[in-house]
Design a protein. Structure first.
Ligand code: GUN
Ligand code: FE
Length: 420
């Protein structure tokens, strides 16, 4: 259905510009945006118009890295380092997803909460379990969200309950899952080697083959934590950098998302740029499990594609406004402690990363520019009281920092109302 929304529209133009307008018209035609207008053009005058009053309307956001299977323990273990945290929190929880009843209940909560957030698209890690992963995909599809969902591949360095017996079995299970996933329309499979320490070379090679055979995207973790990087160096001593291990097996492409990249050096950054790999910046997780702060300014300057991830449960919240605020804060701490000339990130840049930057993984997503998919979120910020009138731009900035005050009133994905 074609329609018009009227409200205070904040559009993401580019890394430097947010277009914030009082009481503008936002037009949806055929599931795509037809643009934002101060005066409704004659040709759209006959379309039904929903007046959202003084509410803010922003493009749907993309969570470029989140573990649905870890949602139940968010907020726990934030005082550990990555490898200890995986063993203490992540692996025991993920093992529970062998039980489809548990997975059903856990994924229900995750999908319901994701639906009520400002996120319209997400790159999601499930677990190694095929039935549970398919259940998650069903729930996301039913909710009307668009997602890339990964059944997590791992055949070493993890507890026996999560570890595939060998690379051949792992690849066979993966292919069977890919085939069974083809029934979904808006939720698609993504090849998901957990990270190099959990995937043998034989498994990586097979996953590279499946990527090519089925033309699938890829997601994984990269250069997150110093302990992990040391481990990778011992497992792949001949690789020029951590990212080169994925690249060797054809897993480092223009439809690959690598989470974190906190310690990516010049060679790895250039490899990401040249392949078109997306970096999913997850600042809250990086602070929680003591990984550091990714050199995002360097990535942006180098032309690496960057989006934001909540990385629940390394991160504690699905809220991408919080991820945006954390990205700004952490960039300031990085500049302070490294003494580098890196300028901290601006509001425009973090809004861009959460909207268009990550959205690019899904095509033309994350803006109201004509021709982009109509993903829109209507937000009531009346709880953020002010004794003086604020501009629309100021209201958006406060929302980013004071996300608790945001009430999501309605959400549209590719022109379909999925919430509100
Ligand atoms: N590296 C490998 N697995 C994980 C995970 O579950 N979370 C994070 N943050 N890093 C990882
Ligand atoms: Fe992660």
């Amino acid at each position: 259905m074609d329609f018009v929304l009227r409200g205070c529209v904040c559009d993401c133009i580019d890394k430097e510009r947010i277009d914030a307008r009082e009481r503008a018209y936002l037009v949806c035609v055929g599931g795509k945006s037809a643009g934002v207008f101060d005066t409704l053009p004659e040709r759209f005058a006959g379309l039904p118009c929903t007046d959202c009053g003084g509410s803010l309307i922003i493009p749907g956001l993309t969570d470029l890295h989140v573990h649905a299977s870890q949602y139940a323990f968010r907020g726990l273990g934030g005082d550990l380092q990555l490898l200890d945290w995986l063993n203490a929190n992540a692996f025991p929880e993920e093992a529970r997803f062998a039980d489809l009843g548990y997975a059903d209940a856990a994924y229900d909560i995750f999908v319901q909460d994701l639906l009520r957030s400002a996120t319209t698209r997400a790159c999601i890690f499930a677990t190694v379990h095929t039935p549970a992963t398919l259940r998650l995909m069903e729930k996301l599809e039913k909710a009307g969200l668009r997602a890339l969902v990964g059944r997590v591949s791992m055949d070493r360095g993890c507890p026996p309950s999560l570890c595939e017996s060998d690379a051949e079995t792992a690849a066979r299970d993966e292919e069977e899952w890919i085939i069974r996933s083809s029934d979904f329309k808006n939720v698609r499979p993504i090849i998901t080697p957990r990270f190099v320490p959990a995937c043998s070379d034989a498994l990586m090679r097979r996953l590279g083959g499946l990527r090519e055979k089925y033309s699938l995207p890829v997601q994984s973790h990269l250069s997150e934590n110093l302990g992990e990087i040391e481990l990778v160096r011992s497992l792949a001593p001949d690789a020029e950098c951590y990212g080169a291990v994925y690249d060797k097996y054809g897993l480092f492409t223009g439809s690959t998302v690598m989470a974190h990249c906190v310690h990516s050096g010049a060679a790895e950054t250039e490899l990401m740029r040249s392949r078109g790999v997306f970096a999913a910046h997850c600042p809250e997780c990086n602070a929680n499990i003591a990984s550091g702060v990714a050199p995002v300014r360097r990535f942006l300057n180098a032309g690496v594609r960057v989006g934001l991830g909540s990385d629940v449960a390394g991160g504690s919240t699905l809220c991408l406004f919080t991820a945006m605020a954390m990205a700004v804060r952490c960039s300031k701490l990085r500049a302070h402690f490294t003494g580098e000339a890196d300028a901290p990130l601006k509001t425009e840049e973090v809004f861009y990363m959460a909207a268009r930057g990550g959205g690019e993984m899904f095509g033309k997503v994350g803006s109201f520019e004509a021709g982009f998919d109509f993903d829109a979120v209507v937000i009531d910020d009346a709880a953020l009281r002010s004794p003086r009138p604020l501009t629309v731009r100021e209201r958006l900035e406060r929302l980013i920092y004071l996300a608790d005050g945001a009430r999501i009133k309605a959400k549209y994905v590719a022109g379909a109302k999925v919430f509100g």
